[in-house]
Write a protein that binds this ligand. Structure first.
Ligand SMILES: [Zn+2]
Ligand SMILES: [Zn+2]
Length: 104
């Protein structure tokens, strides 16, 4: 099970969608929080899959073959980089918000 929360910039009050803030892992997929260089959106993107739709767990070889270490932005298909938890607007380290949700 993974957990996400929203992040808030203490300097300019920019907030993110609920994201895990780093590597996370649900039952079906491995995700990483990444920043889009084009539209500056912070989002959790799938970097790997652990099971097929019938919930059969992949072997390590199969998961490697399906790994997606360089996912593109879900909004604009732009290039993304791992998010360092800094504000996309001003670069200030963001703080974890109060809102939390569980996924998967
Ligand atoms: Zn900011
Ligand atoms: Zn984008």
């Amino acid at each position: 099970m993974g957990m996400r929360c929203d992040w808030r910039c203490p300097h300019c009050a920019t907030t993110t969608e609920p994201v895990s803030g780093g590597h996370d892992r649900g039952f079906h997929a491995a995700t990483q929080t990444r920043l889009c260089l084009t539209c500056k959106t912070v989002q959790d993107l799938e970097i790997g899959v652990m099971s097929d739709p019938s919930h059969r767990i992949f072997t390590p070889e199969e998961s490697r073959a399906r790994a997606n270490p360089d996912p593109v932005c879900g909004t604009c298909s732009g290039r993304t980089v791992p998010w360092d938890r800094s504000c996309p607007s001003c670069g200030t380290p963001m703080e974890r918000g109060e809102h939390m949700e569980f996924w998967d």
